[in-house]
Design a protein around this ligand. Structure first.
Ligand SMILES: Nc1ncnc2c1ncn2[C@@H]1O[C@H](COP(=O)(O)OP(=O)(O)OP(=O)(O)O)[C@@H](O)[C@H]1O
Ligand SMILES: [Mg+2]
Length: 266
């Protein structure tokens, strides 16, 4: 797997106060990359740096362009994400609830928001934009609901619309910040299955943030585990062991197999 994104000795923080120091890791092209940690451990901070919204206090967040992908960037070279925003297309799925107030909008309109970056301010969507919106809704299984009011959907359906909106931007990287927060177990599994399917079918890279270790214990290929300023990174097999988790959390942890799946018990 080729690396697509690289955190190169990155220290992140706010107003010169460091939250995470010396982050060093890469995210592979097409990988399912999980970021796990308790409230306030810095998960969203890492996503902000990834999206080029938060400039590192030191170090660089780099991404690689595929040959022929960009006219202004060198083929196969690394570029700084803060310096070249938009050079790598991210589809960001924010935490649930942030759009509920946009009351009268329909599912189609919300998904069309994913096209705004490409369209520019106040430009009218064309046939291709509408087609991309329809395709994206079909990918998340909501083609039938395009004309419905967003506010009238269930939590799980709303989340699918936000995923469609991210896909409509023709994202190469899907970035999801606690996308299953507040959902029941069925809703959680549905969203996770959907993300796994989109990754295989569309070849998108997935960066998935959650505070539930078990949510990603079987889906993510690699995990970045944040805990009180420390960071562990490795494959799910390397991170999800009682030895590593007990060292990180300081409490007894067991990792068991249940129905062919890995379950972390604390
Ligand atoms: N805009 C900001 N200004 C100052 N400090 C901030 C800002 N945003 C976050 N922080 C601080 O940075 C640290 C990490 O916050 P962050 O939001 O990245 O955590 P998180 O892991 O996403 O938490 P949660 O699970 O609650 O979403 C916290 O101590 C937080 O108080
Ligand atoms: Mg957060």
């Amino acid at each position: 797997m080729n690396d697509l994104i690289r955190f190169d000795h990155v220290t992140l923080g706010y107003r010169r106060r460091a939250v995470l120091r010396e982050l060093r890791f890469a995210i592979g092209a097409g990988e399912f990359f999980g970021i796990v940690g308790a409230n306030g451990s810095g998960k969203t901070t890492i996503l902000r740096a990834l999206l080029g919204i938060l400039r590192p206090l030191s170090g660089n967040v780099l991404a690689r362009v595929e040959p022929g992908e960009s006219e202004s960037l060198p083929d196969g070279g690394w570029f700084d994400l803060c310096a070249s925003p938009g050079a790598l297309r991210f589809g960001y799925v924010p935490q649930r609830g942030f759009l509920d107030d946009i009351y009268p909008l329909r599912v189609f309109d919300i998904t069309m928001m994913g096209r705004y970056g490409a369209l520019g301010f106040l430009a009218r969507p064309g046939a291709r934009d509408r087609q991309l919106v329809e395709q994206s809704l079909a990918h998340v299984g909501l083609a039938e609901l395009a004309g419905r009011r967003y506010a009238d959907l269930s939590g799980g359906q709303k989340q699918r619309v936000l995923i469609a909106r991210a896909l409509a931007s023709e994202a190469r990287v899907l970035v999801l910040d606690e996308p299953t927060d507040g959902m029941d177990i069925e809703g959680r599994c549905g969203i996770l299955d959907l993300i796994c399917r989109l990754r295989t079918e569309l070849g998108v890279t997935v960066v998935f943030v959650t505070h539930h270790l078990n949510e990603l214990s079987n889906a993510a290929q690699r995990l970045l585990l944040l805990h009180e300023g420390t960071m562990q990174i490795g494959t799910a097999d390397e991170i999800l062991t009682s030895a590593v988790l007990e060292r990180v959390y300081g409490v007894p942890v067991r990792v068991e197999q249940f129905d062919g799946k890995r379950v972390v018990l604390t």
